[in-house]
Design a protein around this ligand. Structure first.
Ligand code: NIG
Ligand code: FE
Length: 392
């Protein structure tokens, strides 16, 4: 394997103390230094003049690769026509009821061949890699039938995503009520090869009782429970998710004030998705209060054709800093080590000796990621110990 030496980093984003599974306080340091990579892992925080590849960071920052722990890859096509409806005030529920939304993506998926679906997902993954994402989660969810969901799980594995989530309870297929579809979800969970189970709790989708039931199914299958909750309305799903042992609750734009403290104290991550809020004109979650209360805060793109057609973690970090009032350190902890914890990938997500060598060399200090909003700050991406991309 290639050995790599990155010298002259103006900032190395490292945990204040090694060994933490996640950071509730964004305790990260930004001291200058060097990194040496050997045998696929971070070997030392020093320069190695004899390394196979020498990279001069030229005084810029070196950070861990982004961990995008909530995307909806694979999906087929896009839904640009809905975007203008959304920003001019047509509610998501109304778009969904008129045949748009998740149902439209399910139709597109049913019409697309496997190769077409895989090609689109690979192109998006390549775009993500160039923007610094070295670990990627994806979900089923646009199948809307037992066969369709099993097909998506198979395609997800074919893509070799780092983690695959079964979002079998995404939208209630025609001819079912939520309870009857949950019987199918139960069978799918037993059959499909996935790392976690997820559900969308909302007036147009599933109910808190379905979330509680999915918790039992996840426990039986020995996989993590995750849940899309409080996206458009306050359904008080967070206490249900906590009782069910969820690893994460995602969205939280309409989090009920009484549910904030219990969530912040729990070992359950608050996955915030500012791309979906920004493009979907939703509410904004109480992100500053969650960080102040010590929640395990996480950021992800939610990359999907409906609410967040966003592939860029730098853009997500920029949105979080601006809209949530987070420091850059808070946003970067949320986009790296805390996100790796959600996916139960303790081998990565932070710059520590022995961790998988997933590193991004930027073209400036970390503060430029939110400040130069929309600028691509990524110069070099090292994934799993190899140079995966270099800006030409
Ligand atoms: O995370 N809320 C449900 N699921 C997706 C949106 C899916 C879609 O609109 O295609 C989300 O926002
Ligand atoms: Fe989502």
């Amino acid at each position: 394997m290639t050995s790599i030496s990155i010298r002259n980093a103006g900032q190395l984003l490292r945990p204040a103390e090694d060994g933490a599974p996640y950071l509730r306080d964004a305790a990260l340091t930004l001291d200058p230094g060097s990194v040496t990579v050997r045998d696929g892992v971070i070997a030392a925080f020093e320069d190695d003049p004899g390394a196979d590849v020498i990279i001069d960071a030229a005084g810029a920052a070196v950070i861990p690769g982004f961990v995008d722990c909530h995307t909806h890859l694979p999906f087929a096509g896009w839904r640009a026509s809905e975007y203008e409806m959304k920003v001019t005030g047509v509610p998501y529920e109304e778009i969904a009821r008129s045949g748009g939304g998740i149902a439209a993506s399910a139709r597109a998926l049913a019409e697309a061949g496997d190769e077409q679906v895989l090609a689109q997902a690979r192109a998006i993954r390549e775009e993500m890699l160039r923007l610094g994402t070295t670990t990627l989660e994806g979900k089923t969810g646009y199948g809307l039938s037992a066969e369709g969901e099993l097909r998506l799980a198979r395609l997800g594995r074919e893509l070799q995503l780092d983690r695959l989530t079964g979002l079998f309870a995404h939208s209630v297929p025609q001819g079912y009520d939520p309870g009857a579809w949950m019987d199918v979800v139960d069978a799918l969970a037993a059959q499909a090869d996935v790392d976690a189970l997820d559900i969308y709790v909302e007036s147009v989708a599933f109910r808190n009782e379905d979330l509680a039931r999915l918790g039992e199914i996840a426990r039986r299958e020995g996989v993590a429970l995750r849940a899309h909750v409080e996206q458009f309305n306050a359904n008080r799903s967070v206490p249900v998710a906590l009782a069910a042992g969820a690893r994460s609750v995602d969205h939280l734009a309409c989090l009920h004030p009484d549910d904030l403290e219990p969530l912040a104290r729990a070992e359950c991550a608050a996955v915030l998705l500012p791309g979906a809020e920004f493009l979907g004109a939703e509410h904004t979650p109480p992100a500053r209060a969650l960080a102040d209360a010590g929640a395990i805060c996480v950021l992800a793109t939610d990359c999907n054709p409906g609410t967040s057609p966003v592939a860029s973690m730098p853009v997500i970090v920029g949105l979080a800093v601006r809209r949530y009032g987070w420091s850059v350190r808070e946003a970067l902890a949320a986009a790296t080590i805390n996100a790796a914890w959600v996916l139960d990938l303790p081998d990565r997500g932070s710059l520590e000796v022995g961790k998988r060598a997933d590193l991004v060399v930027l073209d400036g200090p970390v503060e430029h990621i939110p400040y130069r909003f929309g600028h691509d700050p990524v110069k070099t991406v090292i994934r799993d110990g190899e140079v995966a991309w270099r800006r030409p």
